[in-house]
Design a protein around this ligand. Structure first.
Ligand code: DC
Length: 206
């Protein structure tokens, strides 16, 4: 059997559903999945703990990715701030590219996978939704996991991250020219995953 090296790049703003779609697609296809936001969150968490950003990025370990606090709003903001620094991004490139070309296929989700990390990915999806819908989803997620947040705070956080992620000089968040756009504002999880799988089938059918 010929092993596949297909790479699926899934980009989009915070809380658009990339993570859920990526995990479901990877499970369905038997591919490995890398949530690249976790790399930036791990660096962001180390900075909140007192480290210097570039040092944190160049010395990142597997254990750093398993830290318990990586899903908090504070770490998300810190991740978005360290992600502006070119040297931080550069330190994380090789790991992401090696993961992308692993045997058996890979799904990577993030902000710059289709544009910078894997411009030759066989499939590129850009998953988006309105800021209000994304904030509501993130609010429900955070409150369900015991975080004391308000809807207004979460919407302000989402908008601040969008603004920073889309307007930075280095690898800004934007769809690759050949990306398939999926707006999940009016889709439930099953419908969004079905759209993603259909787009993947269309792109990989020869
Ligand atoms: O996907 P996430 O919410 O876990 O990402 C956290 C932050 O990390 C995001 O606001 C910007 C940054 N990030 C990035 O710049 N590039 C990526 N490929 C993934 C995340």
């Amino acid at each position: 059997m010929v092993e596949t090296r297909v790479t699926i790049a899934i980009d989009g703003p915070a809380a658009a559903g990339k993570g859920t779609i990526s995990k479901a697609v990877a499970r369905e296809l038997g591919f490995a999945h890398l949530d690249t936001g976790l790399l930036y969150r791990a660096v962001g968490a180390k900075v909140l703990a007192g480290a210097e950003a570039v040092d944190a990025a160049t010395s990142l370990t597997a254990e750093d990715l398993e830290a318990g606090n990586l899903r908090t709003p504070e770490v998300a903001q810190s991740a978005s701030k360290v992600a502006v620094i070119a040297e931080v991004r550069a330190a994380l490139v090789d790991f992401q590219r090696a993961f992308a070309r692993r045997l058996g296929g890979a799904v990577l989700d993030g902000r710059d996978i289709g544009t910078v990390i894997c411009p030759n990915a066989e499939v590129k999806l850009f998953v988006t939704a309105s800021a209000e819908v994304r904030a509501e989803r993130r609010y429900l997620e955070l409150s369900a996991s015991g975080h004391d947040v308000t809807r207004d705070d979460v919407l302000a956080d989402v908008k601040a991250r969008d603004e920073r992620d889309m307007n930075r000089a280095e690898a800004p968040l934007k769809p690759a020219e050949d990306a398939v756009l999926i707006d999940t504002s009016e889709l439930d999880i099953d419908a969004a995953v079905a759209k993603a799988l259909q787009a993947i089938m269309d792109k990989t059918a020869h």
